[in-house]
Design a protein around this ligand. Structure first.
Ligand SMILES: NC(=O)c1ccc[n+]([C@@H]2O[C@H](COP(=O)([O-])OP(=O)(O)OC[C@H]3O[C@@H](n4cnc5c(N)ncnc54)[C@H](OP(=O)(O)O)[C@@H]3O)[C@@H](O)[C@H]2O)c1
Length: 323
């Protein structure tokens, strides 16, 4: 397969290179694309030395799958061109996710959606959304979902290389460019993306609308609060899930354990943390407990590596569905 990566020098792009290698993805040819700043850089992959180029008309001819992680503006510009040149685009940005003609896919949840792609583009969901919908689908299989309240604890790598660099710099006591609205070292910031007129952030709205599309539950009530924390890699989410029928703790553990791609920590003290799951491809679920007051409400703690399952791994899994 001829694979291209647009955004190959970024946090997600470099994770693509690792994931393609580790999963032994059948790559016959690899094209690496980034901004003009990176043109001429040489990246070594599986013993091959590949020179980074900037995207230009014609560069996707002969490409089977184009993995995009270069931000929404580049996706809007280059995804239709890449599709026109014959590539199937798997896009990590938010640019195409809510387009009704673009499937939004998490392979454990809605793999069949990937087959219907009239624009030749498949969207990879938001990083926190991915880990949340894997857990929600497992619970929905046991009893219909009624509503979900959740708080995220999102790592700085979710804001790319500049996010990681900002935390490193602040930890050294230095200042400089930051994608965050406040100091992140030693802090927590309840803002990811811009606020709308009602006080919701862009990230929170993604976590309302994307799960509805992926789960085919257009009326599901979701209330997220998204928080940036000074963690390098790995997003954690505290979820409160109300269902039609009360599930016992054991039933919930059973439903979650039956879902491919989930690792369940049934023992309370074995809860997952971002430091422990960084580098892993699964979604980790712990702290599973029934609400004290409402028997049909469960609480869970869901952790995943945002650069892997939240981005590169999920996209490579989608590419694997294309056959
Ligand atoms: N980080 C995450 O956890 C995560 C998760 C899910 C989705 N995403 C999405 O994935 C995308 C990339 O995120 P990231 O975290 O990898 O960001 P990043 O570390 O800032 O990397 C951005 C990449 O885009 C390239 N780029 C920038 N401007 C370009 C241009 N004009 N033409 C071509 N390439 C250009 C950069 O190339 P240079 O190195 O040459 O500047 C770099 O390779 C974003 O849309 C983000 O929302 C990120």
């Amino acid at each position: 397969m001829h694979v291209a990566i647009l955004g190959a020098t970024g946090a997600v792009g470099r994770t693509f290179l690792e994931v393609l290698e580790q999963r032994n993805f059948p790559v016959a040819e690899l094209t690496l694309l980034a901004s003009e700043r990176s043109v001429g850089k040489v990246i070594e992959w599986r013993g091959r030395k590949i020179t980074v180029r900037a995207p230009e008309p014609g560069c996707f001819r002969g490409v089977d799958v184009a993995l995009f992680s270069a931000g929404g503006a580049r996706s809007l510009e280059w995804a239709p061109r890449a599709a026109e040149e014959g590539a199937i685009v798997v896009d990590n940005s938010s640019a195409w996710r809510m387009d009704p003609e673009v499937p939004l896919v998490v392979p454990e949840v809605n793999p069949d959606a990937a087959a219907n792609r009239p624009k030749g583009i498949i969207a990879n969901p938001n990083c926190s959304t991915i880990q949340v919908v894997v857990a929600l689908k497992a619970l929905e299989n046991a009893s219909p979902l009624k509503n979900v309240v959740m708080t995220t604890f999102q790592s700085v790598s979710g804001a790319g290389e500049t996010g990681k660099a900002a935390l490193d710099r602040e930890l050294r006591g230095e200042t400089g460019d930051t994608p965050f609205s406040r100091t992140i070292a030693g802090n927590v910031i309840p803002q990811i993306g811009k606020f709308d007129g009602e006080g919701w952030t862009e990230e929170e709205l993604k976590m309302v609308y994307e799960p509805r599309k992926i789960l085919s539950l257009p009326k599901l009530d979701l209330a997220p609060t998204c928080v940036r924390v000074p963690v390098e890699i790995g997003h954690s989410v505290e979820m409160m899930v109300e269902q039609e029928r009360p599930l016992s703790r054991d039933e919930a553990i059973e439903a979650l354990s039956a879902m491919p791609g989930i690792v369940v920590s049934a023992a309370a003290e074995k809860f997952p943390t971002p430091l422990e799951v960084a580098g892993r491809d699964e979604v980790f679920v712990g702290r599973i407990r029934r609400d004290i007051h409402r028997p049909n409400v469960l609480h869970l703690w869901v952790v995943a590596d945002n650069l892997r399952k939240g981005a590169a791994t999920n996209a490579v899994q989608i590419a694997g569905l294309l056959g």
